[in-house]
Design a protein around this ligand. Structure first.
Ligand SMILES: [Mn+2]
Length: 298
């Protein structure tokens, strides 16, 4: 099925969440959390994401994770990932307990679309030390898409991962998973770079992204996606395709914030002070821009 038809289909079936100018959202995606081995592309950024999420939790944000949260092509075992990054899951549970966590699946964690997988792996986990099950995200629903509906207007923001309509990531994802799991992961552990991994070219849009942008234009519909690992923040008047980047960049994590009716792109990175101490810094890299100024006025 084409990207256009897939996106229209997901759009129609997505849950709507109302929001207004007092709402605060943080969007991250493509964490590709792994098992802390050499092949875990997220491991070097876990402190950055933890610090960022801690900040957003304290500031009253809702966390929307736009897919590929876990790297379940390379790793078969979710519980190993949960254990390797237990402090991240502890923080995400804090959001969940306040009803401020939404999870969307991507192509690398598409197994989350199956209720049985979610019940078995996300509802609860086994605490090895206490030798009993503990709740994690009890009764969580994982979505393919979500719609944020701007109160008092007809404007909507459509959130989805971004693999939709890309044959080898959408329909034949299991084939890609096979290649990654049995051919590239062993090579990656030996030091090779996985060619199915994050895009190295930060400028050029992929065909899949071009197809999404075409859908955005045709439907005059703002979207926030991930998947390409390339941050995108349009100018007023351009098609409203936003991309939050990824959490596996070598030196930073990028995300999108919405607060006070404004949208901005941010990055979190480690910097040094004169005395040699390291600190984690949040920087605005695009915006802030009033949401109202973006929406098509017809
Ligand atoms: Mn992806």
């Amino acid at each position: 099925m084409s990207t256009s038809r897939r996106l229209s289909q997901v759009f129609k079936s997505s849950k709507e969440i109302p929001f207004d100018d007092s709402s605060k959202f943080i969007f991250f995606s493509d964490c590709h959390r792994g098992d802390n081995s050499w092949a875990d592309d997220f491991a070097h950024n876990q402190n950055l994401l933890f610090t960022a999420l801690n900040h957003y939790f304290n500031e009253g944000f809702t966390y929307i994770e736009i897919g590929d949260g876990e790297e379940l092509w390379e790793n078969r075992n979710f519980s190993e990932i949960r254990q390797s990054h237990s402090h991240i899951f502890w923080m995400m549970r804090k959001f969940y307990m306040k009803k401020r966590l939404y999870m969307i699946w991507g192509n690398h964690d598409m197994v989350k679309k199956h209720k049985r997988f979610v019940e078995k792996n996300l509802y609860r986990y086994y605490d090895e030390r206490k030798e009993k099950y503990k709740p994690l995200f009890d009764k969580i629903e994982v979505y393919e898409g979500l719609i944020l509906k701007y109160a008092g207007t007809d404007h909507k923001i459509f959130i989805f991962h971004g693999h939709q309509g890309d044959l080898f990531n959408d329909r034949l994802w299991w084939f890609n998973r096979f290649i990654v799991r049995y051919i590239w992961r062993p090579l990656e552990l030996l030091g090779f770079n996985d060619p199915t991994g994050p895009a190295k070219n930060y400028e050029k849009k992929s065909t899949n992204e071009e197809n999404i942008i075409k859908w955005v234009k045709d439907h005059k519909q703002m979207v926030i996606a991930g998947h390409s690992h390339r941050p995108a923040f349009p100018n007023v008047g351009d098609p409203l395709y936003f991309n939050d980047g990824s959490c596996i960049h070598p030196r930073c994590i990028t995300g999108v914030e919405i607060q006070n009716g404004e949208i901005m792109m941010i990055k979190w990175s480690v910097n040094t002070k004169n005395d040699g101490t390291l600190y984690v810094e949040r920087e605005i890299i695009e915006g802030p821009q009033k949401l109202h100024s973006f929406f098509y006025d017809d």
